[in-house]
Design a protein around this ligand. Structure first.
Ligand SMILES: CC(C)(COP(=O)(O)OP(=O)(O)OC[C@H]1O[C@@H](n2cnc3c(N)ncnc32)[C@H](O)[C@@H]1OP(=O)(O)O)[C@@H](O)C(=O)NCCC(=O)NCCS
Length: 181
């Protein structure tokens, strides 16, 4: 599997970028399983989107304990995207806590992190993955289709019940088969 990818192609020196677009100067992302040293950066990325209510909060201790579930994208030693795969049962896993750092979005990193998590589900022999999301178009582009949230009672009663948005949730359940290669 090729875990390294070009995410942008801007010839160096051809243009001057303002500081907030500095990430555009960088080019190569490595998509790889997370390491313990990545956990603080993952926690910061997730916390940022949790404050915006795009993601459920994940305490740092929870991320250390689940570090084997995580995939990250790294550019020049910086963690710029992450996501995790939680095995729910023998036939089902959840893609969760997907986040791409501001300034690095729209360049395929989110898609590559999801693809790596789906590959991991396949390696484990899990035939179906799902997510709860507002980014419906993004996941539809990766082969996910909208389904009924009631299909995932374990998720609802394990995680959603703790969410401040529980009674007013606007997330959509989406599902995708993971055929063996
Ligand atoms: C959603 C997110 C992970 C997408 O990652 P990304 O690296 O920007 O996306 P990619 O470059 O891989 O994919 C781009 C495609 O997804 C679509 N897309 C990106 N973000 C989207 C969003 N929030 N909602 C709907 N579609 C989105 C783009 O329109 C684009 O489609 P196109 O190729 O047809 O133009 C990223 O925007 C993010 O971190 N958002 C905040 C956290 C979040 O909402 N996570 C998902 C919770 S499950």
């Amino acid at each position: 599997m090729d875990w390294t990818t070009d995410v942008v192609d801007i010839p160096m020196g051809m243009l001057t970028l303002p500081e907030d677009l500095a990430p555009l100067r960088r080019g190569r992302a490595t998509i790889r399983p997370a390491r313990v040293a990545d956990v603080p950066a993952i926690a910061e990325l997730v916390a940022h989107y949790a404050r915006l209510r795009d993601l459920l909060p994940r305490p740092m201790g929870d991320i250390y304990q689940s570090v084997r579930e995580w995939v990250v994208a790294e550019i020049d030693g910086e963690i710029v995207a992450c996501g995790s795969l939680l095995v729910m049962w023998g036939d089902l896993a959840e893609v969760r806590s997907l986040a791409v750092k501001a300034g690095y979005q729209g360049r395929g990193l989110g898609q590559q992190v999801v693809n790596a998590l789906v590959d991991e589900a396949r390696r484990l022999g899990i035939p179906t993955v799902f997510c709860l999301t507002r980014a419906v178009k993004f996941f539809a582009g990766l082969g996910f289709t909208v389904t009924d949230r009631d299909r995932f009672p374990r998720k609802v009663w394990k995680d959603c019940i703790h969410c401040p948005m529980f009674s007013n949730c606007d997330e959509v359940a989406m599902i995708r088969p993971v055929p063996p290669l």
